[in-house]
Design a binder for this molecule. Sequence first.
Ligand code: SF4
Length: 366
Amino acid sequence: MQVNVEEVLLNVNKQQFQLDLIDWFLREQRDLPWRHDKDPYKIWVSEIMLQQTRVDTVIPYFNNFISKFPTAEALAEADEEKVLKAWEGLGYYSRARNLQSAVKEVVSQYGGKVPNEVKELSKLKGIGPYTQGAILSIAYGIPEPAVDGNVMRVLSRILYITEDIALPKTRKLFEKIVKELISKEKPSEFNQGLMELGAIVCTPKSPSCLLCPVQDHCLAFREGVQDELPIKTKKKTTKEVLINALLLQNPEHKILIHKRPNKGLLANLWELPNHEMKANFLNQDEQLQQFIKKQYQINVEIDHHFMNLKHEFSHLTWRIAVYRGVTTTNTTNHTDLQFVTLDEISEFPFPVPYQKILDEIKKDLL
Ligand code: SF4
């Protein structure tokens, strides 16, 4: 059934709702580093980092990132490997790459000033409607909606909307609703108020309704159905990939690492040499030995199985079996391979699963 925005908002006292939300936000907002000024570049960085990552986790990454790349110009000029290193651990590395590529465009096209128009912002890589709304409202005070999963949860409850928030059309519906509901005088505080409410009061499980500043406006609370909203269909099960990886040391005790291709998942990050396991008659360690020989012309003697690790991405699960081996080779001609010491390894950006494996390797080898 088509939801009519006017009907949804018919009985909402917009002005009082804005007042209650904004007053509460101004009183109770958390002290977060990206709230210290209204620099659109910093707000942009924080919003990209905050996508699917908790605030507590983001704070140290944000501070470190901004100390290394304090301006759009600094980020535009930075070496990609240094940017990925500063992003290491946050995951979703394509976001860091898109951010840097868009920042380069801001520097070359707009003299380093982040645009304040939807038309220009929306053309930048990695800036979707949410980030666009966050930058425009928070940095420039323009009443644009910034709707993410948190905001949809909060508004599903307040307005008792039962549309499936996993569907793109539902996000569009909420954007229309926020366009009507947003304070034209204080759009920054309004949008941040909704985000803050979702983060600390109207949480996914057990919302703190008794402490809620907009309880009087909340239809779900009135009906006692806050725990049943929002409606969200479950994702399909993810694909599972079995990987054999090799912890290979040469006579100088250096470890062989491999740079991933410059396109696709985790592009340009480093890892242990590995391959996807094939279901044939060879043992896993023999498969690995033959793969390294064929792919990199390196003779390997596999010693033993070192560890297993499971890592879940949003769309994919990796099950990595790590084997330990030795080689008599000290060099390689392949540009995507390097032998490095344990100390040198920390200079390279690795995705989270390989960081975990490296932690185990360090414990074992140190
Ligand atoms: Fe969320 Fe409860 Fe507040 Fe409604 S009253 S907005 S369900 S915390």
